[in-house]
Design a protein around this ligand. Structure first.
Ligand code: NDP
Length: 341
């Protein structure tokens, strides 16, 4: 079958495409410019996936009405990954409009022009699940981050930038499920939402310099594997963190989300475990210049936010890469690309 992958030149989407190609699917990726598309096509060609397996179409702005009308034609399934992921928006709508309109737009285009589509997978986020609290919480797929939406409604531009991003992801996923409900009698597909936490790992798309890095990769480089830890104090490194998954495993989960019947109609949290930044630095100190103690360093055990990952285990049954594997592969990849030092 042929799968549409939106934003295919992004960190995660390029791995989604890579996994799909290796499984034998054909991929049509949407890109913002011909130049970017041609570069990625060249990369895939070098791996043995020529124009008969990987093609790209230009969708300059996913927020525009009808942006995906042409792109969806004739595909069997959709992986909607494109969405702005940064924490630099002043106006929250800079994030919310493309996130929501892009998601609703791709569904509208599929409804109008792609009766062949059997499943749509959207890359949501743990940002659409978790909220901030002072007590430890184990979040499940039942949870929705209403908190970020309320803060943005109340504070607008003054809301913290990370909250604006989280609100955009929550509103986009909500809009997708609402679309499904509103059109349930007309549509040929079912929907799956994948909810990952922080995504780290090597890059499979062409990256020329640090300026090209996506937000999570950039954080990993500057906090986990740089000498100055982006100015974080010992105390901050030992207490601040999140949860994580390797981008290659996330790509695999996106592919499985197309294949597993039980995934239909589900939101699915895919996460390996919680971390604090010092955990990564301890591991990285085994094979980098990062100071620490390479003693098979113990990991922090106290985390405010944890995720119940039993649904992903049941449906996907993936064996996730460990921190050690991911850190080592990232280190190698960033060195090859000249990003460290
Ligand atoms: P990237 O920034 O690498 O990918 C984002 C992609 O979306 C890029 O291809 C980008 O194109 C495209 N895009 C953004 N806005 C628009 C727009 N208005 N019109 C057309 N294309 C657009 O980041 P990631 O790969 O990390 O993010 C991919 C998805 O994963 C996002 O939905 C993000 O919210 C989600 N996610 C990411 C996590 C992470 O830790 N990385 C964690 C959880 C979820 P271009 O680069 O050309 O601008």
């Amino acid at each position: 079958g042929k799968i549409l992958v939106s934003g295919v030149t992004g960190f995660i989407a390029a791995w989604v495409a890579d996994r799909l190609l290796h499984k034998g699917y054909s991929v049509r990726g949407t890109v913002r410019s011909k130049e970017k598309g041609a570069k990625l096509a060249e990369t895939f060609k070098e791996r043995g996936f020529g124009a008969d397996k990987f093609e790209y179409v230009v969708v300059k702005d996913i927020a525009e009405k009808g942006a995906f009308d042409e792109a969806v034609k004739g595909v069997d399934a959709i992986e909607h990954v494109a969405s702005p992921y940064h924490v630099e928006a002043d106006d929250p709508q800079d994030l919310i409009a493309p996130a929501v309109n892009g998601t609703v737009g791709i569904l509208e285009s599929a409804l109008k022009y792609a009766p062949t589509v059997k499943r749509v997978v959207i890359t949501s986020s743990c940002a659409a699940v978790r909220h901030e609290d002072t007590k430890p919480i184990l979040f499940t797929e039942e949870d929705w981050n209403e908190q970020s939406i309320l803060i943005v409604e109340k504070e607008g531009r003054a809301a913290p930038n990370i909250i604006k991003y989280r609100a955009s992801k929550t509103l986009a996923e909500k809009a997708a499920w609402k679309f499904m409900e509103n059109h349930k009698d007309e549509i040929s597909w079912d929907l799956v939402a994948i909810n990952p936490p922080f995504v780290f790992g090597p890059m499979t798309h062409p990256v020329a310099s640090r300026a090209d890095l996506n937000t999570s990769t950039s954080d990993f480089l500057s906090i986990a594997i740089s000498a100055d830890a982006k100015g974080h104090t010992k105390e901050q490194l030992a207490t601040q963190g999140s949860s994580w998954i390797d981008v290659r495993d996330l790509g695999e989960a996106h592919a499985l989300a197309l294949e597993k019947a039980e995934a239909g109609g589900q939101r699915i949290i895919v996460s390996v475990e919680a971390f604090v930044w010092q955990d990564w630095r301890d591991i990285a100190s085994c094979f980098t210049f990062i100071p620490g103690g390479c003693t098979g360093a113990g990991k922090s055990l106290v985390h405010l936010i944890q995720y119940d990952t039993s649904k992903a285990e049941r449906i996907f049954g993936l064996k996730y890469r460990t921190m050690g594997e991911t850190a080592r592969d990232v280190w190698e990849d960033y060195n090859i690309k000249g990003l460290v030092g």
